[in-house]
Design a protein around this ligand. Structure first.
Ligand code: E4P
Length: 225
């Protein structure tokens, strides 16, 4: 399973890219709104310079004509830009029209398997089921990933990838991978947390303490000669 970063923050993207684990980035209007005073196009272009992989940029129109218009603009910015449209009927129309121009789409805000099936049929490049937001309303988010992966696997005509979104904690990353997701898009703090373990920290501390003690003993024994 590939790892994308779910953010519009350039410092986070630069840092995670330096770890050598990033295959793409997803943004959305809320994430961009958090970055005060930045220009949308310039931010997306800067991300394409930091990460060589799909970069999702979301449309804000509610009708297919508007989504197609915005999508064509974003896609012209850089070949790695993926156009995000919502899981609505207008979104489906936009997906199939953009596909005719070879523009790849990410069908976002997916909350059931029907939406995912129709998104794939319309020609989506990826579909984004929101795991955490389903968990928030006491519906099993990871189960939706299982269902979609199963549906897509059963139909040899479908090549849409499953991008698990709304990841809230490190356990989600493992669960969506086990459910067969192709990609998980993960907030920076969750990625950081997923590399933390108290025994790793304690182990490093003990190794360093033992090494310093050995060095101190060597200095003492040389001094005694
Ligand atoms: C996906 O592309 C979205 O940006 C994202 O995962 C939304 O997650 P949230 O529920 O944490 O806002």
């Amino acid at each position: 399973m590939k790892i994308f970063l779910d953010t519009a923050n350039l410092r986070e993207i630069e840092e995670a890219a330096s770890w050598g684990i990033l295959s793409g980035v997803t943004t959305n209007p809320s994430l961009l709104a958090r970055e005060q005073g930045v220009d949308f196009e310039e931010t997306i272009l800067e991300i394409t310079r930091l990460v060589d992989g799909p970069i999702s940029a979301e449309t804000i129109s509610e009708d297919a004509d508007g989504m197609v218009r915005e999508g064509k603009t974003y896609a012209a910015w850089h070949p790695n830009v993926i156009v995000k449209v919502p899981s609505t009927i207008e979104g489906l129309k936009a997906v199939s029209r953009l596909k005719q121009d070879d523009i790849r789409t990410n069908v976002t805000l997916c909350f059931n398997a029907n939406q995912a099936l129709l998104a794939a049929r319309a020609g989506a490049f990826v579909v984004s089921p929101f795991v955490g937001r389903l968990d928030d309303i006491s519906e099993p988010g990871v189960e939706l990933i299982h269902d979609i992966v199963q549906l897509y696997t059963m139909d040899p005509e479908i090549d849409t990838q499953v991008l698990a979104a709304s990841i809230r904690h490190p356990r989600h990353i493992i669960e969506v991978a086990q459910a067969g997701a192709d990609i998980a898009t993960v907030p920076f703090n969750v990625l950081q947390l997923s590399m933390k373990h108290p025994l790793t920290d304690a182990g490093i501390e003990r190794f360093l303490a033992d090494w310093r003690k050995r060095e101190a003993e060597q200095v003492t024994s040389v001094g005694a000669q």
